[in-house]
Design a protein around this ligand. Sequence first.
Ligand code: ADP
Length: 199
Amino acid sequence: MLVGLTGGIGSGKSTVAELFARHGVPIVDTDAIAHALTGPGGAAMPAILAAFGAGVAAADGGLDRAGMRSIAFEDPQARRRLESILHPMIGAETERQIAAARSPYVIVAIPLLVESGRWAERVDRVLVVDCPVEEQKRRVAARSRLAPEQIDAIIAAQASREARLEAADDVIDNGGDLAQLQAQVEALHRRYLALAAAG
Ligand code: ADP
């Protein structure tokens, strides 16, 4: 059984994934896969350099993320081109890791699950980590150097809290403390084991 884990920036996805991992649940992290593909020696780098030129490489041979982000932000065609290189490779590596997992269910962490119809169809259940937007902003501000306007822009570019909840089969309320989060993960873990066993 595949559970797609999603939520807005700073909602607590990584924290929730870590809590499931403590129960022995395999986590396939599509963000980590994308990073590895575009890091030094990453499998996507030859195609990216061929498409955009050596200027998008950092000194270590990995992708200059800030540079690529501003190109993709200003030029939708460049963004689509980058995605047409990356998405199939991310998909293939994600499937490889899913196939290698030996457990009743697997969590696939997909930040933009609701925004990209493709993954919503692939997973059996959608698990949304929900928290109030103000709390989301506070957490992102506390852990990053982003300016408030940048945080607002990122949140505005993502699916709304309502759209995410609409797409959810299960919701974790992360408006509280970590103990509350842990208890919800434990309850869901039991539920997922039961659902997977029922086939
Ligand atoms: P995401 O992966 O969705 O961007 P994270 O799991 O990284 O979110 O959480 C964002 C930040 O908020 C992290 O610094 C994390 O430690 C913190 N955080 C998450 N949930 C809670 C919580 N319930 N209470 C306090 N801090 C939290």
